[in-house]
Design a protein around this ligand. Sequence first.
Ligand SMILES: Nc1ncnc2c1ncn2[C@@H]1O[C@H](COP(=O)(O)OP(=O)(O)OP(=O)(O)O)[C@@H](O)[C@H]1O
Length: 244
Amino acid sequence: MPLLETRGITVRFGGNTAVNDVSLTVEEGQITGLIGPNGAGKTTLFNTITGLQKPTSGRVLLDGADITRLSPAKRARRGMARTFQRLELFLSLSVRDNVRVAGDVLKVTGRRRRFDLDEETDRVLERTGLTDIAHKDVSDVPIGRARVVEVARALMTSPRVLLLDEPASGQTERETEAFAELLVGLAAEGLAICLVEHDLPLVMRLCSTIHVLDYGSLIASGTPQEVKESPEVIAAYIGTEEAA
Ligand SMILES: Nc1ncnc2c1ncn2[C@@H]1O[C@H](COP(=O)(O)OP(=O)(O)OP(=O)(O)O)[C@@H](O)[C@H]1O
């Protein structure tokens, strides 16, 4: 059974169908890519999976349970975490406090017994390579590393599935290298990662399965090689800046 599954998700905004009957799966211990040209519906689908957007029809399942009607907070308590395309950090707080604050989810739910918030914060900062800038205000941190702070904050909730919306955007090549290594390590520990990313070489390198959206519809799902060779995918990317 896949850890996360969408079944026939459709989202309409007035007459515009942003997501059209999308069924896909995200597996434990793997990095799954979700790509597509601008406006393809990736963020809308993410929002539907995490509960910020109500679908017009279709269902979202986590571990086989229907969570379509659950609030984002309840989904978080069941082990779903995400980052945002536009960073959603507390600018006046330090890196450490931005990460620490998310640990309350665990305290509230009691999903982890014998849980020391400070120890866990230090562990996550170390794991994500942020210890050296932990004391800095987030507003003084370059955007590439601020994206890692968002991931660290998501990890504080001990997620089972992590949804990342363009996490490499604004990162230097070196930051992306370290970031890729982090994601591979997290997946190896069993985390299910779903990655929306415009850096296609990165997606091709990291993902075992890639789903491709175009105008709201799923036009391909498969290995990087299968997706790269798909005539539908090639056609969808022709005329856009990103070459598949
Ligand atoms: N709240 C909204 N109200 C109306 N239309 C919306 C809304 N959110 C998204 N859309 C439309 O839905 C479609 C899909 O947008 P979405 O942002 O999900 O695409 P995307 O693949 O994430 O794009 P990008 O790669 O540019 O971030 C677009 O046509 C967009 O204009």
